[in-house]
Design a protein around this ligand. Structure first.
Ligand SMILES: C[S@@+](CC[C@H](N)C(=O)[O-])C[C@H]1O[C@@H](n2cnc3c(N)ncnc32)[C@H](O)[C@@H]1O
Length: 228
């Protein structure tokens, strides 16, 4: 069992998207942590470029500052988990911040999984700069799409208002978008998820305030630290 925040349902959605991914593009993950999603993508798609600096920064809930010790521990666990799952030879790890890794990936993307820094600035840059590399017909999946304020705002700006992304749906807060040549700006699809987003933010506020029981009454899984 690999440590991480991806739920079983979300892993199934990732696997289904990877199984459908077009053979003429690469599959890229931004934010690998200890390999939970990377194993799913590599097993199903056959190959994966995993971008993660493993600097210990923007790592998980309230873990924003860099911390080399925890970053190195994540790096070691990531590679050990890939080996244990038998997919080490299917994954090329780029140990860089996503904004510095563009030259390390050539060609269009058939699938992009975004789960790196969740603050608005870097999340927006990932959706904008990596998203534009997804080929028409390709797919972009975004974790914490409707549970992290930075990611949700970035999605609003870069995807909900864009004619180039069609919202497909979500599993928990894992959102799926299809890259299209041009389509209607479907802000309504985004707006319909706002009650779910508000519920998740409220749950997080209650957890931080030490009111877990109240959060569980709103639907937080007792086994989960956070809503995903
Ligand atoms: C939420 S975790 C990813 C979880 C992972 N997808 C899984 O399934 O377990 C976020 C990861 O993003 C990485 N990260 C933080 N900032 C990043 C950036 N600018 N570019 C790429 N990865 C980043 C962190 O090192 C951390 O491992």
């Amino acid at each position: 069992m690999i440590e991480g925040w991806l739920t079983d349902g979300q892993a199934a959605r990732l696997a289904a998207a990877a199984a459908r991914s077009r053979p003429d593009g690469v599959v890229v993950e931004i934010g690998s942590f200890r390999g939970k999603s990377a194993v799913v993508l590599a097993s199903t798609a056959g190959s994966l470029i995993a971008i993660d600096p493993h600097a210990g920064s923007d790592r998980g809930p309230q873990e924003i500052e860099a911390d080399a010790t925890r970053g190195d521990a994540d790096f070691d666990a990531f590679h050990a988990n890939l080996a244990a799952a038998g997919v080490a030879d299917r994954v090329r790890h780029v140990r860089k911040f996503s904004s510095d890794a563009h030259q390390d990936v050539s060609g269009p993307l058939s699938l992009l999984y975004v789960d790196g820094a969740h603050r608005f600035g870097p999340a927006r840059a990932d959706l904008r700069d990596w998203g534009r590399r997804v080929a028409p017909g390709g797919v972009m999946l975004v974790h914490d799409a409707f549970s992290s304020i930075g990611v949700t705002l970035a999605l609003l700006v870069e995807c909900a208002l864009s004619p180039r992304w069609r919202y497909v749906g979500r599993t928990g807060s894992l959102a799926e978008y299809e890259r299209v040549e041009s389509g209607p700006r479907d802000v309504g699809a985004f707006a319909r998820e706002l009650p779910w987003f508000a519920r998740n933010v409220l749950i997080k506020v209650l957890v931080v305030a030490g009111r877990r029981r109240w959060a569980e009454r709103l639907g937080l899984d007792p086994a989960a630290p956070w809503p995903y």
